[in-house]
Design a protein around this ligand. Structure first.
Ligand code: ATP
Ligand code: MG
Length: 650
């Protein structure tokens, strides 16, 4: 059961390394400390300035309408077309020949798509959607591999005002059909399949099976990617025969700033997925500004690469809408990082001279496990900025990332945000902030994030509690699709008027923020609230541990006992003596209160498709219970393999 922090979270980990930006980086940075001051003077005027980054067909009357909280409206009365802001205006400005996407397929095929070509394809896709009967307000589900057509499909929907709902390519029939059904989608856009781990992985059969349960779907638009044999039904239309032949004349119509842009179901780390609704003007303003500020994007010279999948919010805001609204050149990679070899990502960085890399802690820990010698074989000197998102990053992983990928010279930005927030909320500014390994540090200019106690009061520096957001922000979710009650209950009822993020956090003595994992995962040991993140970071700081996941299992004596699941680095011994040493290492690092009751060696950990550890399933094992819902796991068989491994004493 989830523990409830009664007082504050214990503050166990201490980390005092800091890395100020180099004077050269600071001197050329897009955003300086003045942004914080400006936003502090007049927050709404600050966001109004950022909205001017975009082209509006009609100006807004009001920056923020918060008359009926928690239902916010931003830039009311304003009108814009999101896709035209991502494409047409760059082409109109003479930048049509700039590469928008350097696509790298897993089998090694590659192609460059310019802004002019992307616009052409989006216009043709928009005409096709209209021909298929999709109009403004109709929902479209996108179920695709990481290929340029996925971005085309999203932008074509945006262009005609049809909210899209992207579902991870690879989710099961259950996951896909429940999302199609909840959104009431009229059209599904998919591919025959995609390449993953060296093989074509079929997607279309999952769509076919889902449609048996989804009467709302009238047509399925199918891109040919792998060319594998797939069944064909009378609802199916081929992309090549429709989009491929459609007219490339299409005038973008402007929509209201609050017109729905997309619904995205959260990855389901904690329970039944929620359809998070985002709208147009405020969302694009914050996606665009944060991409410019946090990644310091220089569109003329940077080659940006975010390794996320478009099925995750990071792919929405930092592959499609943020970068494209800023005219970025980016890399898009279809496959897995170890296909055909563990140096694949670094080969791609070298090939395209990538300057900016945005990835997740789970990937960084995997690279560490594969060894320092792998990235060392490639020329990574083009990199100038590194980002992290998705989970708290362990300080050791942060330092490794900076040293072995960033050559000790790139600022590392640890960005905290959620599907619900739509865009980055807490992050260093790379030209301003002295970064600290493991800390997301400060709310961005114009953002009011705090750490509060049980009574919703701000905790002092040095204290811990819950992450909360005090004021509405432009890219905030507007509701949960079809369920305003659940929207209010989930996010707004706990701290009366504040947004409850569901994450534990602490403030250090400088007031910098450290994320401590999900509130549901916080452990209560002998009356102390202890965060999973801190114990995991302590384990990962031991040279033999590649990855760790920690849970609190009910304990007759202490309330909860800490059970740690660890993956050891290649070939390390899992003798009882070694496990005892790991327990002692945690006690030495964090104090005896945090010493795990048990350390269990496993070969893999249960993760969502976006790479987050699903601790609730490990808690089921630690407490010897039936394992809960596994439908959003990247690999649904992993739990049975872990159980078999434990029972055979491995
Ligand atoms: P669900 O809400 O369905 O359980 P989810 O929370 O995994 O799914 P996302 O919206 O993709 O879905 O993830 C947001 C969460 O990821 C945050 O609430 C936080 O727990 C974690 N997170 C993201 N970035 C960071 C970061 N930089 N540091 C710490 N935690 C992070
Ligand atoms: Mg969440």
């Amino acid at each position: 059961m989830a523990s409830t922090p009664q007082e504050t979270l214990a503050n166990l980990l201490s980390e005092d390394r800091t890395f100020p930006p180099s004077p050269e980086f600071a001197a050329q940075a897009n955003v300086t400390a003045a942004a914080y001051e400006k936003a502090a003077v007049d927050r709404l005027a600050f966001w109004e300035d950022q909205a001017r980054r975009l082209d509006w067909s009609k100006d807004w009357d009001r920056v923020l309408d918060w008359d009926d909280p928690p239902f916010a409206k931003w830039f009311t009365g304003g009108e814009l077309n999101v896709a035209a802001n991502c494409l047409d205006r760059h082409v109109d400005a003479g930048l049509g020949d700039r590469v928008a996407i350097h696509f790298e397929g897993e089998p090694g095929d590659s192609r460059a798509v310019t802004y002019a070509e992307l616009l052409d394809e989006v216009k043709r896709a928009a005409n096709t959607l209209t021909d298929l009967g999709v109009g403004a307000g109709d929902r479209v589900v996108i179920y695709m591999p990481m290929i340029p057509e996925a971005a085309v499909a999203m932008l074509a929907c945006a262009r005609i005002g049809a909210p899209h709902s992207v579902v991870f390519g690879g989710f099961s029939v259950d996951a896909l059909s429940s999302r199609i059904d909840d959104a009431g989608a009229k059209l599904v856009i998919c591919a025959d399949g995609g390449f993953r781990k060296g093989k074509p992985l079929a997607l279309k059969p999952t769509v076919d099976a889902s449609l048996e349960r989804c009467p709302s779907v009238e047509k399925v638009l199918v891109v040919t990617r792998t060319g594998q044999d797939v069944e064909w039904t009378d609802k199916d239309v081929r992309w090549e025969e429709t989009v491929g032949k459609a007219s490339n004349e299409h005038a973008a119509q402007a929509f209201d700033a609050e017109h729905p842009l997309f619904i995205l179901y959260t990855s389901g780390t904690t329970g039944k997925p929620k359809g998070i609704l985002h709208t147009s003007g405020g969302y694009l303003t914050q996606a665009s500004y944060t991409h410019h500020a946090v990644f310091d994007l220089k569109p003329e010279s940077d080659v940006y690469w975010c390794t996320a999948d478009i099925g995750w919010v990071t792919g929405h805001s930092y592959i499609v809408y943020g970068p494209m609204s800023n005219g970025a050149t980016q890399v898009m990679y279809e496959g897995t990082p170890d296909t055909p070899h563990t140096g694949r990502l670094w080969e791609i960085v070298e090939k395209y001279k990538v300057t900016t890399l945005y990835t997740a802690p789970t990937a960084i820990r995997t690279f560490m496990k594969w060894g320092d010698d792998v990235p060392a074989r490639y020329d990574l000197s083009s990199l100038r900025l590194l980002g992290s998102v998705g989970e708290p990053i362990n300080p050791e992983a942060w330092v490794w990332y900076r040293e072995h990928i960033g050559g000790g010279k790139c600022p590392v930005v640890d960005t905290w945000w959620q599907t619900e927030t739509g865009a980055i909320m807490v992050s260093p500014l790379p030209g301003v902030t002295s970064t600290k390994p493991g800390s997301a540090q400060r709310p961005l200019p114009g953002i009011n994030v705090d750490v509060v106690d049980e009574r919703a009061e701000s905790v002092p520096d040095g204290g811990g509690g819950y992450l909360a957001i005090r004021e509405p922000w432009p890219s905030m979710l507007r509701t949960i699709w079809g369920d305003d009650e659940r929207f209010i209950d989930t996010y707004w009822s706990r701290f009366g008027g504040l947004y409850f993020a569901g994450d534990g956090a602490k403030k250090d003595d400088d007031g910098d923020l450290w994320l401590l994992g999900r509130v549901d995962d916080i452990m209560l040991v002998s009356g102390h609230n202890i965060s999973t993140t801190e114990v995991e970071s302590a384990l990962v700081s031991h040279e033999t541990v590649a990855e760790a996941a920690v849970v609190g299992a009910s304990d007759p004596v202490t309330g909860q006992g800490i059970v740690a699941f660890v993956i050891l680095r290649g070939g390390r011994d899992s003798s009882p003596e070694h496990l005892a040493e790991l327990r002692k290492h945690v006690a030495n690092t964090l104090g005896p209160i945090a010493k795990p009751r048990q350390v269990i060696v496993v070969a893999e950990l249960p993760k969502t498709r976006s790479g987050k550890i699903m601790r609730r399933l490990l808690r089921d094992i630690a407490e010897d219970r039936e394992i809960g819902d596994v439908t959003t796991l990247a690999d649904s068989a992993v739990m049975s393999r872990i159980k078999v491994g434990l029972n055979s004493g491995k």
